[in-house]
Design a protein around this ligand. Structure first.
Ligand code: ACO
Length: 321
């Protein structure tokens, strides 16, 4: 038994924040942001929108695309670093929205790698017969932990959600998932506070994303190169057999480096970073949905998904769509 993606959907909040607007907020330029990151605009959730709101819209679109209803869902896993509340988790909040009750519902907290971690877990449940219709989501409202006075981070991040429905299949499907993490790098990309570690008087860091961007960049490029090599080797694949690279949308230059490693022309690489910015766990399913809906990715294509984020964490998935 295998699992396959039976449906996909995504959602972006309506409000668009352009580089031109950011020029009025911090000391930056459209030219700097475009040349260093590839980003031109990003979507930002309204004040009354939470991660669950974004996830719900993406999930409804994925269910519609798969031809299933909420009553068919028997497993919910959400990759997110920006849950609405500490608990209940976003999966439980979604259950309530869909008025379905009883199935496992949880979230995984691996920053930008959240969706691929979630996909990997759901795949194992479907393959082992533990789930027949799994809802897998990556959803974030990173704008809520972005310091809008810090030009080094606020130009990068955006909000959004993407979702897939996984169902059993006789043929793969999800061919393989490869996950990794290295906590030695915890201080290159982090939010200093949470629940058991709270901000104290005198603490200099704010409750926002802290990033040593240049150092993150270097480790990301090296790790992603190793990850794609590992994914190809473990599947005895030649790099030219991949039809589409669907990378984490952090930075055009990081994506180009991975594409070069795969000897892939950029027109075979799905790029949404220009319009979405870095939406963390939502980035890969948002990119995948974009290319499915505009007709580039077709059923039967061989896809390589990859991601890298805070922790550090990373993950890839080889998929026959
Ligand atoms: N506008 C203008 N200048 C800026 C800005 C800005 N928005 N931000 C930084 N600068 C300046 C810096 O102050 C620095 O100035 P200096 O030379 O006078 O000191 C100069 O630009 C160069 O700064 P660098 O940080 O070296 O720039 P770099 O080319 O590395 O680009 C960036 C920065 C875009 C952040 C890049 O390093 C990057 O993309 N890193 C990876 C981010 C990433 O992948 N994160 C992973 C996932 S996120 C997650 O898990 C939540």
């Amino acid at each position: 038994m295998y699992s396959r993606i039976a449906g996909i959907g995504s959602y972006l909040p309506e409000r668009v924040l352009t580089n031109a607007e950011l020029e009025t907020m911090v000391d930056t330029t459209d030219e700097w942001i475009r040349s260093r990151t590839g980003i031109e605009r990003r979507h930002i959730a309204n004040d009354d929108q939470t991660t669950t709101d974004l996830a719900e819209q993406a999930a409804r679109r994925a269910m519609e695309n798969a031809g299933v209803t909420p009553a068919d869902i028997d497993f919910i896993v959400v990759g997110t670093t920006t849950p609405d509340v500490v608990f209940p988790n976003v999966g439980c909040l979604l259950q309530q929205r869909f008025d379905i009750h009883g199935c496992p519902a949880f979230s995984v907290e691996t920053a930008c790698s959240g969706f691929i971690y979630a996909l990997s877990i759901a795949d194992r449940y479907v393959v082992s017969g533990g789930a027949k219709c799994a809802l897998v989501i990556g959803a974030e409202t990173l704008s809520r932990m972005t310091d809008w006075n810090d030009r080094a981070t606020c130009v990068i991040f955006g909000d959004g959600a993407g979702a897939v429905i996984l169902q059993p299949a006789d043929e793969p499907g999800i061919i393989s998932c490869h996950l990794g993490a290295d906590g030695r790098y915890h201080d290159l990309l982090y939010n200093p506070y949470g629940t058991s570690k709270q901000r104290k008087p005198g603490d200099t860091e704010g409750p926002y994303i802290q990033m040593r961007g240049n150092e993150v960049f270097k480790v990301a490029v090296k790790t992603l190169e190793n990850l794609v090599d590992q994914t190809l080797a473990e599947n005895h694949l030649d790099k030219h057999e991949i039809d589409w690279l669907v990378p984490h949308q952090a930075n055009t230059r990081i994506i180009q480096a991975t594409a070069k490693r795969l000897d892939m022309p950029m027109d075979k690489v799905v790029m949404t970073v220009r319009e979405h910015g870095n939406t963390s766990a939502a980035s890969v399913p948002l990119a995948l949905d974009t290319a499915v809906r505009d007709g580039r990715i077709q059923r039967g294509d061989l896809l390589l998904l990859e991601t890298f984020g805070g922790g550090f964490t990373w993950g890839s998935s080889l998929i026959r769509f």
